[in-house]
Design a protein around this ligand. Structure first.
Ligand SMILES: O=C(O)Cc1cc(O)ccc1O
Ligand SMILES: [Fe+2]
Length: 454
């Protein structure tokens, strides 16, 4: 059933969709009486007065408007592992290289809302600047409840288990290797047809994802706009005695009851929409002669700040591709970065880590924290003779959320049994290969250069 879903296509396009022909008003947004007796409702994803090229909104034509619900109350117990303000009270600062093993699946029935937990982040959803990096481990479909995130946009990266997502614009299906973006304010519900499910979520506050500029690459390459797929209108005219809307607002969960399905939009139009993207459609560019290109060459989506070229959050992938650079150390270089790098692995082995970085696991290298290939990767690379031969990296898909804002880390992530306390060991074995006039000091403090040569 999921595979049969049809989509509209085009990143940032102004689209329209009707589940019943004629349900969209012609030539105006809010006629006195909408076709089929529907209500008109606008969802604004940018301020009304945002410049036209940034403005995002959609019009829904729905059976009842979304305001038709009882008051919001705090969810009890809610989900105490969600954070949207990163300060000394909620989180810790650490420059240490961090790595986590994949979270284990649980027997306890857990849906996407309950299974979501924040790992780190920066800024504040209230101040509309910052981001949160969450992960989820769940095994149960959301039943009789929809989620609405008032704080920001979710970029969901499933790592294990398919996601079958119903949104106000219609249905989306995503499997590991694909991503889904659910913009701020959309109501959605996630079914987990495979049961056990795990993945990563980047949440951005106060802006939306864009396709990166291509500069000298030209007009084509990387992620193509037409490969972004948007649901077609789908609705249910269903009454539920106790349907619950769970609203994330300032990182806290609130719930409101209503007696009908929120997925009652018969037609919609606009450019503020959920979408999915299959990462295998990405068209990678890279060096074709020598040296290692910076990973920004593999940017799929970027959420900008007001500083040119400085991202609030870039989504970068390391997909299968040819490596052809000659006389070049081809794995990632050793580096320290003013940007922070959070990485995840969807499947396979990452090119900079021979072991320890596992599918479903994660790593965090904060601002200016040194990192790079582990000892095994370094030694294997320099001892290989065929380094000039073209080589196809296969069977792997890693990704990075890269941000200019420095994250603070949640306590549960630092105390998690999944935290790899020995992560630093993967570099400790890197030995000096320096061989020019090597100086040593013996146990008497005598320098080798002071010992007369016979
Ligand atoms: O740290 C990492 O593994 C990500 C990364 C990859 C790369 O090819 C170059 C720089 C970089 O930060
Ligand atoms: Fe890096």
């Amino acid at each position: 059933m999921a595979e049969e879903l049809e989509y509209l296509s085009g990143f940032g396009a102004h689209l329209s969709s009707e589940a019943i022909p004629g349900a969209l008003p012609r030539h105006q947004n809010n006629p006195l009486l909408c076709p089929l007796g529907l209500y008109a409702e606008q969802l604004s994803g940018t301020s009304f007065t945002s410049p036209r090229h940034l403005n995002q909104c959609s019009w829904f034509y729905r059976i009842k408007p979304s305001v038709t619900h009882e008051p919001f109350y705090p969810c009890i117990p809610g989900n105490k592992c969600l954070i949207s303000e990163f300060n000394q009270h909620t989180t810790s600062a650490t420059p240490t290289q961090l790595r986590w093993r994949p979270a284990e699946f649980s027997e306890i029935p857990t849906d996407f809302i309950d299974g979501l937990y924040t790992v780190c982040g920066a800024g504040s959803s209230f101040l509309r600047h910052g981001y949160a990096i969450h992960m989820y481990v769940a095994n149960k479909s959301m039943e009789g409840r929809a989620f609405c995130n008032a704080d920001g946009d979710f970029l969901i990266v499933p790592q294990h288990g398919k996601l079958f997502i119903t949104t106000e614009c219609g249905k989306l299906y995503a499997q590991p290797g694909e991503i889904v973006v659910i913009p701020q304010g959309f109501r959605f519900s996630i079914d987990l047809p495979d049961g056990d499910s795990r993945g990563y979520v980047a949440e951005i506050f106060g802006t939306h994802f864009r396709l990166p500029d291509l500069g000298p690459i030209g007009a084509n390459g990387l992620a193509a706009p037409r490969d972004f797929l948007v649901p077609k209108a789908w609705y249910e005219d269903a009454s539920y005695p106790n349907y619950t809307i769970v609203q994330k607002f300032g990182g806290e969960l609130f719930m409101a009851k209503q007696d009908f399905s929120p997925f009652n939009v018969v037609a919609w139009h606009g450019n503020y929409v959920p979408y999915k993207y299959d990462l295998s459609k990405f068209c990678p560019f890279n060096t074709v002669l020598f040296d290692h290109a910076d990973p920004s060459i593999n940017t799929v989506l970027t959420a900008p700040t007001y500083k040119p070229g400085v991202a609030l959050l870039d989504f970068v992938i390391f997909p299968p591709r040819w490596l052809v650079a000659e006389n070049t150390f081809r794995p990632p270089y050793y580096h320290r970065n003013c940007m922070t790098e959070f990485m995840g692995l969807i499947h396979g082995v990452y090119e900079a880590k021979q072991d320890g970085f596992l599918p479903g696991g994660a790593s965090l290298h904060s601002c200016m924290t040194p990192h790079g290939p582990d000892t095994k990767t370094f030694e294997a690379t320099i001892s290989r003779n065929e380094v000039n031969e073209p080589f196809r990296i296969e069977g792997t898909l890693a990704f990075m959320f890269e941000s200019s804002l420095i994250p603070r880390v949640c306590q549960w992530a630092l105390e998690s049994p999944g935290l790899d306390k020995d992560y630093y060991q993967c570099w400790i074995g890197l030995k000096s290969h320096f061989s020019h006039n090597k100086e040593s000091v013996d146990e008497n403090g005598t320098k080798s250069s002071d010992i007369p040569q016979s």
